[in-house]
Write a protein that binds this ligand. Sequence first.
Ligand code: AMP
Length: 153
Amino acid sequence: MKYDNANIFAKILRGEAPCIKVHEDDCTLAFMDIMPQVEGHTLVIPKEPASSLFDLSDSASLACMRAVKIVAKAVELAMGVKGSTVFQHNGKEAGQTVPHFHFHIFPGSIFNASGIKGHAVEMADPAELELVAEKIRAFIGEAAIQVHQVTKP
Ligand code: AMP
């Protein structure tokens, strides 16, 4: 799929649009979903300009999975749940609304989350998202240790 440089995540990566960041490395950025379906709904995107899974390079795939492991574990720890759900859409026919590859991370189960909201429907209060992001950021270090991306000093 031809990459659209004007999509909102490309703007976030260029610093032309804001995001509530929870984690960043050389190849990926993780931030709060602005229309969360559940509290703690977080996104991980590659810095590489890939529209869908089928456009993503092998090196960016690996970088995304490394970041997803850390961020998903941090979301679990921050939200006080034992499990998490990771998913992504490929193409508008599958429900993809932003044409830059990304993983969604939900705390807990997508199937029995109480009060789950529609997909990309309701904007959250940025101040409330920032409070959730603060909690997630506080667990990134511990999460990296738990998923064996770093070892204890
Ligand atoms: P998808 O429909 O799988 O492409 O998911 C796109 C996600 O991006 C949706 O869950 C939206 O709520 C979210 N989203 C759209 N614009 C922004 C933004 N500016 N910052 C953070 N999340 C966004």
